[in-house]
Each structure stands twice: as C-alpha cells, then as structure tokens.
Write a protein that binds this ligand. Structure first.
Ligand SMILES: C[S@@+](CC[C@H](N)C(=O)[O-])C[C@H]1O[C@@H](n2cnc3c(N)ncnc32)[C@H](O)[C@@H]1O
Length: 280
C-alpha cells in the first residue's frame, strides 16, 4: 500500500520515467495475466498488455479506468487483471458493431468480422472482471456529453485510427480524466501515420504536459495530464485550426482562456489566430 502511494505521488511529481516501465521482468501476477492474454485474439502485443497492466497498477486503488476501443477484449484483459488487484472499476466504450464497414478492419478477412461474435468474445474474455466492468456500447463521441469531469485516473485510447477520430477520443478523455491522471493510447508507430500526427499535434507539442512519450518497445504513447481543463481547451482550439475554422478557434480560445492559467502558449495561439484571420 505504501509503495502504491509513493508511486502515485511520484507520478504527480513527474519523477517516474513511464517510458521505462517495461525494464524489469514480469512478476508472478503479471505472468498469470500474460498467460490469459496469450489465448485472446488481440490487436495489442504481449509487451503492450504488460505495459497497460503496469500503468493500471500505478494509479490509486479504488479509482476508475476508461478504455476507448476494446474489440475482443485483449487490452481489457490486461487492464482487468490489474483492476482486480488494484480494485479499479473498468469502463469500456466501443461500438461493437459494423466491423465490416470500419476502415481500420479493411485488411481483415470479412468472414472473421461478425459483430455479435466479436461482442460475445469480449463478454467471455472479460467475464473475470465481474461487477468491476462497465460496458458502454456506442460511439465514443455520444458518451462525451453524459460523462462528467474528474472521473478517471487512467484513460487508454485505442479506437478508430484516422486523425479526427484520434483527436475526438483524446478530447473525450481530457473531459473525464482526473488532474494528474495518465492518458495513453495505442498505435504510435510508422503504420499509424494519422495516430502519430494527431498525438503529436495535441499531446507531444503541448508545453504544459511535461511527462509524456512512448513506452519503450511498444507503440503505446502516454501523457500525465496535470490540468485537464487547460489541455481540453487547447485541443479543442487546435482541432478547429486543423479544420481551418480560425474564427471559431479564436472564439473558443477567448471564451475558454478566462477560466484557465494564462500561458505563453495561449498568447502565441491567440496572436497566430489573429494573424490568420487578418489574411481572410
Ligand atoms: C483497434 S480496435 C481495439 C483493439 C483492442 N484494444 C485490443 O486490445 O484488441 C478499435 C475498436 O474501437 C472501436 N471503435 C472505433 N471507433 C469508435 C468510436 N467512434 N466509438 C466507439 N468505438 C469505436 C471499434 O469498434 C473497435 O472495436
């Protein structure tokens, strides 16, 4: 217990190098998780499952974890094993439908993409999480208005892989994450060009997110979010800028910046937007 508290304190103080969490060999609990994980048809690899397990063991007990994009439950199994040990509640958002129409699954054999079988596999694979598991079936964006702020100590993003879906999932995560919470996601690699670009634009370029990076030997990116309200404002503004909506972006920045810390970053964004608008 004391070790857990110290770890959480260290995360808040950004003293742990999360990128190196895979440095030591798996413990007995981790080997049990990996054995379970090995029989599941997952889109994450075993090292990534181990990284997710360790991230979930780092957050405070009796808190909540959110996963956006669960599919057959591979990553959920890793999170779930940690949840049972660390007494976390696990919320999973997924459409669990229209797999044959989702462009991320174009490379897969259509015969394998039966919606109800995938949903049934998720339920079977994650049944050990019992009443700590909450399935939210539907589009991630549609849950955003009904979820409150300050709910989750960790959010794992592994939904659709196009640029605006990743940005929207990060927006959804920033709305619900606790200050000091860990935001992380999958597919930060050369094949996931849109994922990399979106995460780069809204997380890696942030001046106020100090602890961030990639977990070594995986494609999992992470960021410790000290001030979710501030980051939410900036990502909303950056999204409007990426869409070319400079007037909307400036309006959002002007309205939102009243309630967050005034930083050089906000000042630069405002000046940049005023310049873009003067060219219209
Ligand atoms: C890459 S898979 C997740 C893989 C999973 N984490 C694993 O360990 O195998 C992406 C999942 O996100 C879901 N998804 C994609 N876009 C979504 C959205 N907008 N809202 C909810 N779920 C979405 C898909 O249905 C799919 O199950």
């Amino acid at each position: 217990m004391l070790i857990t508290i110290l770890k959480v304190r260290q995360i808040a103080n950004v003293n742990i190098d999360i990128s190196k969490i895979l440095e030591h060999e798996p413990t007995q609990d981790e080997r049990v998780m990996l054995e379970h994980f090995s029989i599941i048809n997952s889109l994450v690899i075993d090292l990534e499952a181990l990284a997710l397990f360790r991230l979930c063991m780092m957050v405070s007990p009796h808190t909540r974890v959110l996963e956006i994009g669960s599919y057959r439950g591979g990553s959920t199994v890793a999170i779930g094993h940690a949840a049972m040990l660390n007494q976390l509640d696990v919320f999973c958002i997924d459409r669990w439908s229209e797999y044959q129409q989702q462009s991320d699954f174009n490379h897969m054999d259509k015969a394998q993409l039966n919606d109800l079988r995938i949903l049934a596999e998720f339920i079977a694979n994650t049944s050990f999480i019992k009443d700590r598991l909450f399935m939210l079936r539907g589009d991630a964006v549609s849950f955003s208005p009904i979820l409150g702020c300050n709910l989750f100590s960790l959010v794992f993003v592994d939904g659709a892989h196009d640029y605006y879906s990743v940005v929207d999932d990060i927006l959804c995560a920033l709305k619900v994450i606790k200050p000091g919470g860990i935001l992380c996601g999958h597919d930060y690699h050369s094949a996931g060009i849109d994922v990399k670009k979106a995460v780069h634009d809204v997380i890696m370029l942030s001046e106020t997110i100090i602890s961030k990076g990639l977990i070594e030997n995986t494609s999992i990116w992470y960021a410790v979010i000290k001030d979710p309200e501030y980051e939410l404002l900036l990502v909303n503004v950056i999204k409007q800028m990426a869409l070319g909506n400079f007037v909307e972006a400036l309006a959002l920045l002007t309205e939102g910046s009243e309630s967050v810390e005034q930083t050089k970053e906000i000042d630069c964004l405002r000046k940049g937007l005023e310049f873009e608008i003067s060219l219209l």
